[in-house]
Ligand binder design. Structure first.
Ligand code: BGC
Length: 719
């Protein structure tokens, strides 16, 4: 009987995908027919009206045919508040939203499932707010630690970025809200971002800066993408034929809309013919935009064809079909308990334990009678600040509030501000104002520390200091914080230092001075609750740094090579050696390596094996290893798998991340961890042949807890 049923099952298996593909094709055909029918009815003027902004975040629709405008909103921290022309608040009462942890916090979780939940929940909030294109996720590579938007972006590694960004896109779009992946491409600095031209070799472009964009299009199926402000090889990204037509719409088969960054369009005919679909910007009069009256004129003069215009309109209608005009869309929801739980889970998994030499953490809360909480960052909120996208958070639990919520009621908590965190940048100038160390606040803080059993000292940046549109001048802690640290540590050695930031800072001195250091982020609405749970041990920290902390800025590749910020041109001289690829290849010891983060427990790695020793190009390497929790707390560990190619025909980084997995291990338990690497993932980009090549030969597989701490190695051969 079994045997007789087999052919039937086999034919079903063959038929099922065929039926599915056929059904999908006919569905696609029906949509295409509907779109064609609409395009036929539109006048040229109506089509042009769909291709440019008519308000800060919207475009015009065609009311005559019940076609709505595109309604976009920022991301990535959550759904932005409603703003008026000039970016002032609309003072609306229905636009508060959940504040999600910043990009580098999300990356520090190394948890793609959390990235999906982030996208999913933000998508629900966008739908509730009737914003159908979320301008998120943002994931330009952290090339320099000074980039003002490092906090908004994910990491310095293309593979980690891709794994996380694809899931965010899928999450957002599960709500029939379009993700807008940004900023395509090479927006790796804010200094002169509107003018600077990136000179980069093709290999670095393909291997470092494009993979996450490619993955969000080809795997994540993102419906929209935002062109970056800067130029690539002398041509603005918003009119760059190579980026938009050859790669994005050609090689990657992108079907959606290319939206310019706000005010990032610089031509009519070139941009229209080279692949830009929609021009956005914030300043009226909108009819004089490149893609408004001048585009109408260009079509009439035959410089842009009607087919080109129709193709853009078709793309917009296609995106609308999935979003604004989708059938039976989800209803959306905002500020729900489930969304708060997602924000909490991300925050809790993002916090990085940098040092815990005296095992002061987790806090023995029952025993502590008095705690001094010191530092402005204990009471600071981060949902707004600086220039650029924020969220009008429905609520944000500060660190101090979180500790008050979570600590034993018999523990006395006293607060001293310690430093003033005033930072003002004068828009369009280099001028800034920053508060300095305040001796009176320091004296008061030191006295409080002295009279308390334990001190938790908060320092770091904030969202005024780390901001879109400008880079940080250096890595120093702002606001004279180091002076406060010195005084507080002198007053009370029993001190935990919590540094809050979205990018690397120079904490060399703190690393020398202090036995207990925790890194936290602009950690969303649930910030304080998550942090308090980590400090008290309800949550075992599992965050891992998503970028290298240099011991000195001059160690970082772009700075070591004097290849930042450029003048009108910035040349990426480090090529593929970005982040840990540079540090490891050049054998430079950073302050903290990529992937670093401690736990309250310890893990032992053993028995790394692969399912085979020799692989062909179309196969997948299946690696397994045993991970034992050898400490006293249950907890999560992120296992990182890097490859190394000895004696390659081309330059290779000492290590390249190719797989990772975050797993929970109960204390005393051992789990088997499985990691898969498709052999094609080992390819390098051959510039001469313009092709990805998997080099035959031996590859080392290195598995560890960070880029610098490898516990197990093996090797395999590619035929
Ligand atoms: C930013 C984008 C943002 C847009 C709209 C620009 O300044 O670069 O990331 O989506 O403004 O706020």
């Amino acid at each position: 009987m079994k045997h007789k049923a087999l052919p039937f099952l086999v034919s079903l298996l063959i038929l099922f995908p065929t039926c599915f593909i056929a059904a999908q094709t006919s569905k696609d055909q029906i949509i295409a027919q509907k779109i064609n029918a609409i395009v036929k009815q539109l006048t040229l003027e109506e089509k042009i009206a769909m291709l440019h902004a008519n308000s800060i975040f919207g475009t015009a629709g065609v009311p005559r045919l019940n076609i709505p405008g595109l309604m976009t909103d920022d991301g990535p921290l959550g759904v932005r508040e409603d703003v008026l022309e000039g970016w002032g608040s609309a003072n609306s009462t229905t636009d508060s939203a959940l504040f999600f942890p910043n990009g580098s916090a999300l990356a520090a979780t190394w948890n793609p499932q959390l990235s999906y939940r982030y996208g999913h929940d933000m998508g629900e909030e966008a739908r509730a707010r009737k914003k159908y294109v979320m301008l998120a996720p943002a994931f330009n590579i952290a090339r320099t630690p000074l980039n003002g938007r490092t906090y908004e972006y994910l990491s310095e590694d293309p593979f980690l970025n891709a794994q996380l960004a694809v899931q965010s896109v899928k999450g957002i779009q599960s709500q029939n809200i379009a993700a807008c992946v940004k900023h395509y491409a090479l927006n790796n600095q804010e200094i002169e971002r509107g003018k600077v031209s990136v000179e980069i070799n093709e290999r670095a472009l393909q291997e470092i800066y494009l993979p996450a964009f490619k993955a969000t299009i080809t795997e994540g199926n993102a419906w929209t993408i935002m062109s970056a402000y800067n130029k690539l090889r002398g041509v603005y990204c918003s009119e760059n034929e190579y980026l938009l037509k050859t790669i994005l719409k050609g090689q990657w088969g992108f079907k959606g809309i290319v939206i310019s960054d706000w005010g990032g369009t610089h031509s009519t005919v070139t941009a229209a013919n080279n692949g830009l679909d929609v021009e956005m910007g914030s300043n009226p009069p909108y009819h004089s935009y490149y893609f408004a009256d001048p585009l109408l004129k260009a079509v009439k003069e035959g410089k842009v064809s009607v087919q080109t215009i129709d193709e853009k309109v078709r793309r917009i209608l296609w995106v609308m079909h999935h979003t604004t005009l989708s059938e039976n869309p989800p209803s959306g929801s905002i500020n729900t308990a489930a969304h708060s739980k997602t924000a909490y889970d991300i925050a809790a998994e993002s916090i990085v334990l940098l040092k815990n030499e005296k095992h002061l953490l987790p806090l023995n809360t029952a025993k502590i009678k008095s705690i001094a909480v010191i530092g402005d960052n204990a009471i600071h909120t981060y949902h707004l600040g600086g220039f650029g996208a924020g969220v009008k958070a429905k609520y944000e639990v500060t660190a101090l509030k979180g500790l008050e919520n979570k600590l034993d009621k018999n523990t006395s908590i006293k607060f001293a501000q310690g430093y003033r965190a005033i930072y003002k940048a004068i828009w369009n100038t280099d001028k800034t104002e920053m508060s300095k160390a305040d001796p009176a606040l320091i004296t008061e803080a030191a006295a409080l520390a002295k009279s308390s059993e334990l001190t938790i000292l908060f320092v770091g940046g904030n969202r005024d200091y780390e901001s879109e549109s400008r880079d940080r001048p250096n890595l120093s802690l702002p606001f004279g914080e180091q002076e406060l640290v010195d005084a507080v540590l002198a007053a009370n050695a029993n001190t935990i230092i919590v540094v809050v930031g979205g990018a690397p800072y120079d904490i060399n001195k703190i690393k020398q001075q202090s036995h207990t250091i925790v890194w936290s982020w602009y950690n969303g609405s649930e910030n304080g609750n998550a942090l308090a749970d980590v400090l008290t041990g309800k949550v075992n920290p599992s965050g891992k740094l998503p970028f290298t902390f240099p011991a000195d800025l001059k160690q970082s590749p772009a700075h070591a090579l004097n290849a930042y910020p450029g003048d009108s041109v910035v040349t990426y001289q480090e090529g593929i050696l970005v982040g840990y690829r540079w540090f490891d290849t050049k054998k430079i010891e950073p302050l903290y390596p990529f992937g670093y983060g401690l736990s309250y427990t310890s893990f032992a790695y053993s028995d790394l094996n692969t399912n085979k020793k020799i692989y062909r190009a179309n196969e997948t390497i299946k690696a397994t290893l045993q991970l034992t929790n050898t400490g006293n707390f249950s907890g999560k560990e992120t296992i990182q798998l890097y490859i190394n190619k000895p004696s390659s025909a081309v330059e290779r980084a000492d290590k390249e991340l190719k797989a990772f997995k975050k797993v929970m291990v109960q204390k005393g338990a051992t789990v088997e961890v499985k990691l898969e690497i498709p052999v094609k993932g080992l390819a390098y980009y051959d510039t001469q042949k313009a092709k990805w090549i998997v080099e035959p030969g031996v590859y080392k597989i290195l598995v560890g807890e960070s880029s610098a701490k490898i516990h197990q190695t093996t090797s395999i051969t590619i035929e």
